[in-house]
Design a protein around this ligand. Structure first.
Ligand SMILES: [Fe+2]
Length: 287
């Protein structure tokens, strides 16, 4: 049975020579307008990661070059994909220290419009975090939880019950991922700093997430995060912070225990939607 993105044809090559000057210009403008915000609002692990990757502020990076720096730090590698990957395959990539990375870049004329992740979000937002050993271990641990979910539902004979439980567990995992890896904050002696890549790749929202009185910021509680719906097309009104990546790792452990105890079997309805391809990716035999 086909199980990995490599087998399934999700992995592609980055044809770097095909990027236009407009594409590089989009990268250059995105990068330069973030620099001051990163210095001010990004957590120190991100800033260290950014400098260890030696990204060129003026040109879209070659993913192979990024991996030369990244791999020796944590064993992670960015792997080019053409777009969406079903949930289990995506999480399983993390377990194998592979990060599915979009190679396209947004339109230089519409830098703030991002309907889907692009290479700036993935390489400048996510990948610097993957240079941090504690963060990397947390991602791997999260990926392992997807296997736990698949094993748990594999034993349920009733099809309707299996899909209903799986939908709830995947929704809980997606919400946890959203409120941590994508939009997480971390407490530090200098105040709250961002480690979530959705914040770190957004010129407007990074400052807003830390400074705006419109944002509610609370310590991360699993029971809240897994039941909290979110909307992707607006600045987040609610963010959660952790103390450290060791703290976040321990919360992923707890998430898995809750999954085993059945506490994620019926989380609150609402976004995100879990589609059929996501569900099927969990119910096919595990390699
Ligand atoms: Fe992301």
């Amino acid at each position: 049975m086909v199980r990995t993105p490599a087998d399934s044809g999700f992995y592609i090559s980055q044809r770097w020579e095909l990027y236009s000057e407009d594409n590089h210009e989009a990268w250059r403008r995105l990068y330069h307008r973030m620099i001051h915000s990163w210095e001010r609002y990004a957590n120190r692990h991100y800033l260290r990661g950014l400098s260890s990757l030696c990204l060129d502020p003026d040109r879209i990076p070659r993913i192979a070059d990024v991996n030369r720096f990244l791999f020796r730090l944590t064993g992670f590698q960015a792997r080019p994909v053409s777009g969406y990957i079903p949930a289990f395959l995506f999480f399983d990539c993390l377990r194998r220290r592979e990060f599915p990375t979009t190679v396209t870049i947004r339109d230089a004329a519409r830098l703030d419009y991002l309907p889907e992740p692009d290479i700036f979000h993935d390489i400048a937002g996510h990948v610097p975090m993957h240079t941090d050993p504690a963060f990397a271990e947390t991602l791997v641990r999260f990926g392992e939880c997807a296997h736990t979910a698949a094993e748990l539902v594999a034993g349920i004979r009733d099809e309707h019950e299996r899909m209903s439980r799986l939908t709830s567990i995947v929704k809980a995992m997606a919400r946890f991922f959203w409120f941590t890896i994508e939009f997480g904050l971390m407490r530090s002696p200098e105040g709250l700093k961002a480690y979530g890549s959705g914040l770190l790749s957004s010129h407007g929202e990074l400052e807003h997430s830390i400074e705006s009185p419109e944002v509610q910021r609370y310590p991360l509680q699993i029971e809240w995060a897994v039941n909290q719906a979110f909307e992707i097309d607006r600045y987040q009104p609610l963010l959660f912070w952790v103390e450290s990546f060791d703290h976040l790792f321990s919360l992923v452990d707890t998430l898995e225990s809750w999954m085993r105890d059945g506490k994620l079997n019926n989380v609150a309805p609402g976004e995100p939607a879990v589609n059929e391809a996501d569900l099927l990716s969990f119910t096919q035999p595990i390699r």
